[in-house]
Design a protein around this ligand. Structure first.
Ligand SMILES: Nc1c(NC[C@H](O)[C@H](O)[C@H](O)CO)[nH]c(=O)[nH]c1=O
Ligand SMILES: CC(=O)[C@@H](O)COP(=O)(O)O
Length: 161
């Protein structure tokens, strides 16, 4: 289903566990800062709304989305971190660089979650334009950061003990 048919901030969080004791790491790419800061605000506020505590939300900045994987690994390897949320925005330029970053980022983040057996959420926008990005960072299509935070909480709720 395309995002245009589903608001990113409409998250079904029925049956989630009490997450007040869980610690979340949020890795934020600095490229397209106007977008990623909006994603971070959405993720942070959604975690609080779902019961997380401010003290249990830790942020790490990295230069770009390509570095989200290593930042996620540094967070995920920590025993005190229960889930990691990665936030970035890769906007199509004139060359195929976009393709390489998106592929590396998506596969890398996936691999970190599998390696450390904990939720590592892909909260990365991959739009063609700045407008598409802003529409998904608190605009008409909601906020990808909200979705990413809810996903982390839902995965912790279903993770086998
Ligand atoms: N063009 C975008 C980038 N490019 C930078 C890379 O992510 C990386 O930092 C660089 O290749 C050095 O390793 N990053 C984004 O997050 N978004 C872009 O649109
Ligand atoms: C995703 C990118 O790295 C891209 O914004 C870089 O732009 P270009 O492909 O025009 O060099």
């Amino acid at each position: 289903m395309a995002t245009s048919l589903k608001n990113l901030s409409d998250t079904n969080v029925k049956g989630i566990k009490d997450v007040s004791g869980f610690k979340f790491g949020i890795v934020v790419a600095e490229w397209n800062e106007e977008v990623t800061e909006a994603l971070y605000s959405g993720a942070f506020e959604t975690l609080l709304q779902l019961g997380a505590t401010r003290e249990n939300i830790e942020r790490m900045n990295v230069p770009g989305s390509f570095e989200l994987t290593l930042g996620a690994q540094w967070m995920a390897k920590r025993e005190d971190i229960d889930a990691v949320i990665t936030l970035g925005c890769v906007i199509q330029g004139e060359t195929r660089h976009f393709d390489f970053i998106c592929q590396a980022c998506a596969q890398g983040i996936t691999d970190v979650g599998l390696k450390y057996d904990k939720p590592v959420v892909f909260g990365v926008l991959t739009p063609d334009t700045q407008k598409q990005a802003m529409d998904r960072a608190g605009g008409k299509h909601g906020n990808k950061g909200d979705e990413a935070a809810a996903t982390a909480v839902k995965m912790l709720s279903v993770k086998p003990v």
